[in-house]
Design a protein around this ligand. Structure first.
Ligand code: FES
Length: 58
């Protein structure tokens, strides 16, 4: 079974990783032009948020 992690990039998106490889970057700032995915708009919006990580275990 694949290992899936959610990494919260500092001041950026939620990176959904499968077996350590980034599969998706999901917007968490609310300013993306490609929702639900990150478009990079968080930079111009000045989005600030802590980094973090959520690991799912079997
Ligand atoms: S987190 Fe990148 S556009 Fe929202």
């Amino acid at each position: 079974m694949a290992k899936v992690d959610f990494e919260f990039a500092k001041d950026g998106p939620i990176l959904v990783k499968k077996d350590g490889k980034i599969e998706y970057a999901l917007c968490r700032c609310g300013h993306s032009t490609k929702k639900p995915f990150c478009s990079g708009a968080h930079v111009a919006a000045g989005f600030k948020a802590d980094a973090g990580k959520l690991e799912l275990k079997d």
